[in-house]
Design a protein around this ligand. Structure first.
Ligand SMILES: C[S@@+](CC[C@H](N)C(=O)[O-])C[C@H]1O[C@@H](n2cnc3c(N)ncnc32)[C@H](O)[C@@H]1O
Length: 335
């Protein structure tokens, strides 16, 4: 007789992708949106999603077995609070993240062995080019990516603003700021602060209406930027959240040296990243590091590695402020 996976941690780990792919299909079919107004049967949901009712029932039952749905005695399924963040309009919605994980990311993790053998990005092997080139040619996937970043990192905005004082910053540049959600959070907290959103042209085009809708169009400049070419001047602090972890040391130094070229003598460099702790304790950063290897070909770093990177790029690492989320603010001052 087989042992239930829940009773066997190794089996749960090995079959973990069964659950993640089931979540992906639920998100792709927008089941959490469809269930928002009350429970439905597999047949009702199959009619809305153009899927096969018996197969869909099996998906729903599987999701109920891990606590994401609940089946009643009439074979109707209701959404549980755990799955509510998968709805499209949930705060920091996880829907696009689930879709991105189930599509490109799942394919790339299937090539983890390639990345471990070669040290190279599996994404480039599969899709034939680096992820940000790929996204720049595919607006629908790029929009999913921008939203997925809010899904995975959105909660870090409040954590960072709680932990790190930005009150002395007149103008904050968010370099690689995606759809501007972090900048919007900072400007809401500091009403006299101005912002510069610097990202690739297509990304800032998609962010502009969101910034206008938040009533911040007159306080935020949206600046198409290639941070490997140059970083726009004029900010008191240059913030980069989950940027440097996308790149290897050589590429990271190029970006940081471009910041160094443009930053004023009293300026601040603020990286927001998950710093890898020493030892064997569980840490999101240690697995995120593998994701960085297979997708963009980058890496998570230890405190020592950040110190070296800063020094080589012309900065002194002046402090690391941990937050209640899995990230720290790594502050640098020009030397
Ligand atoms: C991992 S995402 C992080 C987004 C955002 N900072 C956050 O924390 O949610 C990396 C960002 O870097 C941007 N990016 C990639 N290459 C870039 C380049 N060469 N110049 C400027 N931005 C770039 C991407 O468009 C994307 O928004």
């Amino acid at each position: 007789m087989s042992q239930p996976a829940a009773a066997n941690p190794l089996a749960s780990m090995m079959t973990g992708y069964w659950v993640s792919q089931a979540i992906y299909v639920a998100a792709k079919l927008a089941l959490p949106d469809l269930l928002k107004n009350g429970p439905q049967t597999a047949e009702q949901l199959a009619a809305s999603t153009k899927t096969q009712p018996a197969a869909l029932y099996r998906l729903l039952r599987g999701l109920a077995s891990v606590g994401l749905l609940r089946e009643d005695e009439h074979r109707r399924f209701a959404i549980t609070p755990t799955a509510e963040p998968l709805a499209s309009d949930a705060p920091n919605s996880q829907r696009s993240l689930a879709i991105m994980m189930g599509e490109e990311h799942f394919a790339c993790w299937g090539e983890l062995l390639y990345s471990i053998r070669t040290g190279q990005s599996a994404f480039e092997k599969i899709f034939g080019e680096p992820i940000f080139n790929y996204l720049s040619k595919r607006p629908p996937q790029a929009q999913i990516f921008d939203e997925a970043m809010v899904g995975v990192h959105g909660r870090e905005t409040g954590a960072m603003l709680d932990a790190y004082d930005l009150s002395a910053i007149g103008t904050l540049a968010d370099v690689g700021g995606g759809n501007g959600s972090l900048l919007r959070g900072a400007l809401e907290k500091y009403p006299t602060m101005r912002g510069m959103l610097c990202d690739l042209p297509g990304v800032v085009d998609r962010a502009r209406p969101l910034i206008a809708a938040a009533g911040l169009a007159d306080r935020v400049q949206t600046i198409p930027t290639d941070f490997f070419a140059a970083i726009p001047a004029g900010a008191d602090a240059y913030l980069m959240r989950h940027i440097i972890h996308d790149w290897n040391d050589e590429q990271s130094l190029k970006i940081l040296r471009n910041v160094r070229r443009t930053i004023g003598p009293a300026g601040r460099l603020l990286l927001v990243e998950s710093v890898i702790p020493p030892g064997n304790d569980p840490s999101f950063a240690k697995l995120l590091d593998l994701n960085m290897l297979v997708i963009p070909g980058g890496k998570e770093r230890t405190e020592t590695e950040y110190r070296e990177l800063y020094l080589t790029a012309g900065f002194r690492l002046s402090g690391i402020t941990p937050t209640w989320a899995d990230v720290s603010v790594i502050e640098g001052r020009p030397v």
